[in-house]
Write a protein that binds this ligand. Structure first.
Ligand code: BV8
Length: 255
């Protein structure tokens, strides 16, 4: 399929507006591009500062954590700091408004920053976890923030739940399985929806990137929001070229 490109200076095509208005079940998959305008670098943009020389794909693995827990823990502390000083943007707020105004919206995210919830979205299927939570590296039991506070001058931080455990972020690292219940719910939404919004993702990371393909294979219409083409663009009926913070408020206002 060759998607119809729509630029921010174009009117929203009437056929697209109609498909949005008539959709009974809208599924949404968001990626790191969703938070770009909140000042959080996407996964594939060069990292800034002291982390510029590290590849996130290398650091976001259990092997990296076993090899050098201090470096991986410090990287996540740096990202948490960045996220704590950032806020959800107009795109996050538009999706929250969509979820509250439309009967059936399933929001699935690959992001770990919690911005969808901060903007008021609920429920959010966080396929890759949430960087704001920490768990024991051995038992995977959640570690309370006050324990981390009491040990904030240590890196790595010992776990209170296991003598050999360390605190690790509650995220899914490369090579780790996603929570089956969340993944099943995401694929079920793709199988049921009549329209799937795919926002700010390169479509490179699996199995998340297969979710929109299921939607299209069952007859759903895929609408992509991304300034550039991605691995998923070829499945899209419409490619809204531009940022999510600009496009999402426009789309939601048109409903
Ligand atoms: C697993 C948490 C199995 C950590 C992340 C096939 C099937 C299954 C697995 C695989 C497979 N093929 C390969 C694999 C392995 C691997 C994988 O996908 N590798 C890829 C890279 C080749 N997958 C896994 O390892 C997964 N695990 O399947 O396990 C298993 C089963 C049983 C037992 C054991 C194992 C786990 C994947 C999850 C990894 N964790 N995050 C952390 O964050 O630290 S993924 C990470 O990348 C982030 O969550 C991020 O969201 C995600 C995806 O990237 P994107 O969101 O797309 O971001 P990206 O930077 O790539 O792109 C940004 C886009 O935004 C761009 O297109 C850009 O144009 C656009 N953009 C920029 N600005 C804007 C914008 N868009 C809109 N507005 C803007 N302003």
């Amino acid at each position: 399929m060759n998607p119809t490109p729509v630029s921010l200076t174009d009117e929203i095509p009437s056929a697209l507006a109609r498909q949005l208005q008539q959709a009974q079940h809208i599924a949404v998959l968001t990626g790191a591009g969703m938070s770009a305008e909140s000042g959080v670098p996407t996964f594939r943009e060069a990292q800034t500062g002291l982390w510029a020389r590290y590849d996130p794909m290398e650091l976001a693995t259990s092997a990296a954590f076993e090899r050098d827990p201090r470096r991986v823990w410090d990287w996540y502390q740096w990202r948490r700091e960045l996220i704590d000083h950032s806020r959800p943007n107009a795109g996050h707020h538009a999706l929250a408004a969509l979820q509250h105004s439309c009967a059936h919206v399933t929001l699935v995210t690959q992001n770990v920053d919690g911005f969808h919830q901060l903007a008021g979205s609920e429920p959010v299927l966080e396929l890759h976890g949430n960087i704001r939570r920490s768990v024991c590296s051995r038992s995977r039991r959640e570690i309370e923030p006050d324990w981390l506070d009491r040990h904030r001058d240590r890196s790595p931080v010992p776990s209170p739940h296991h003598p050999d455990g360390l605190a690790r972020p509650d995220v899914v690292w490369f090579g780790e399985p996603l929570r089956a219940d969340l993944l099943d719910a995401a694929f079920q939404a793709a199988a049921d929806c009549d329209l799937m919004l795919v926002v700010g993702t390169s479509g490179l990371v699996q199995p998340a990137a297969s979710i929109p393909v299921v939607a299209v294979e069952q007859g759903g219409i895929m609408v992509e929001i991304n300034p550039t083409a991605s691995e998923l663009t070829r499945h899209a009926r419409w490619h809204l070229q531009g940022s999510s913070a600009a496009w999402l408020p426009r789309l939601v206002d048109s409903l």
